[in-house]
Write a protein that binds this ligand. Structure first.
Ligand SMILES: C[S@@+](CC[C@H](N)C(=O)[O-])C[C@H]1O[C@@H](n2cnc3c(N)ncnc32)[C@H](O)[C@@H]1O
Length: 273
């Protein structure tokens, strides 16, 4: 198996597992930021949209509503279970203009200039070669087309994040920050530089503060299970999972934590004619 295939298999396993929590109320940030990314793009009715790393369809469903029956959304992800969930949601909402496809978004083999808009929400940082992935998005974009890449900002899921890694480091130092690609691209400068490094000149990058409310402190564990932390949890023994969860939630309860940070960085670029 090549490194790329091994990385893809790992991502698919992590997000297949996380799919069982993806639509929990404490994970409403997926829908919120997917919809916000699409809103910022000003998509036209009838547009052809490509959603890369679409997950459970947060941005793809929002895009399908905006472009309407004369438009089309192709949504790509590596996780079959998230794609099934996304397809069920689309069917429930009566959206017939989305195709979900299980493929590697970095090498989907699509024709050049075949989309009016390309969306990638919380996915770009999984690519081994991020500039190459962004350049591939640009290749797929038609003249005058719009590209939107959204990344997480700093302090994601704090204060839960720090407590989680502290307990993992204590019990399993080998897993400490071993899978956290979302922390690699957390400033407007970093996201802007990445996009420019792919040869794209006119890019607008906007950092926004955000928080996710939790009904109870314990809801932080739903976030752990429904996001990329799941890779680390599933590598622990059941006893270690109990120990990490009890320590993290115990401290969050003690502090009566009812929200975690979800800062976001949006970017937009438009191709010239
Ligand atoms: C953090 S989730 C975000 C999902 C969705 N965009 C959202 O905001 O709800 C990242 C997603 O990227 C997918 N992913 C990561 N690398 C990928 C790749 N090379 N090709 C396709 N999907 C990928 C994962 O399977 C996962 O569903």
């Amino acid at each position: 198996m090549t490194d790329q295939h091994a990385a893809a298999a790992r991502v698919a396993a992590v997000y297949n597992a996380a799919s069982d929590r993806y639509t929990a109320p404490s994970l409403s940030f997926w829908n919120r930021y997917g919809a916000a990314t699409v809103r910022r793009m000003g998509l036209q009715s009838g547009a052809r949209v490509l959603d890369l790393c679409c997950g459970a369809g947060a941005s793809a469903l929002a895009a399908a509503r905006v472009v309407g029956p004369s438009g089309q959304v192709l949504a790509i992800d590596l996780s079959p279970r998230l794609l099934e969930l996304a397809a069920r949601r689309a069917a429930h909402d009566g959206l017939a203009n989305i195709e979900f496809r299980c493929a590697d978004a970095t090498a989907a083999g699509l024709p050049s200039e075949s989309f009016d808009a390309i969306v990638c929400v919380f996915g770009v940082f999984f690519a081994a070669d991020m500039p190459d992935f962004v350049a591939e998005m640009w290749r797929l974009l038609a003249p005058e087309g719009a590209l939107a890449i959204t990344s997480w900002g700093p302090h994601l899921f704090e204060p839960g994040n720090g407590l989680f890694w502290q307990e993992v480091a204590r019990l399993r130092p080998d897993l400490d920050h071993a899978f956290n690609p979302w922390d690699d691209l957390v400033t407007a400068d970093a996201l802007g530089s990445l996009i420019r490094s792919a040869g794209i000149k006119d890019v607008v990058v906007t950092a926004k503060r955000g928080t996710q409310r939790l009904a109870t402190s314990d809801d932080f564990w739903q976030i752990v299970l429904g996001t990329g932390y799941r890779a680390t949890v599933d590598a622990l023994t059941p006893e270690q999972v109990d120990a990490v969860r009890d320590a993290v939630l115990g401290e969050l309860r003690r502090r009566n934590v009812r929200a975690v940070t979800t800062n976001v960085i949006y970017s937009q670029a438009r191709r010239a004619t």
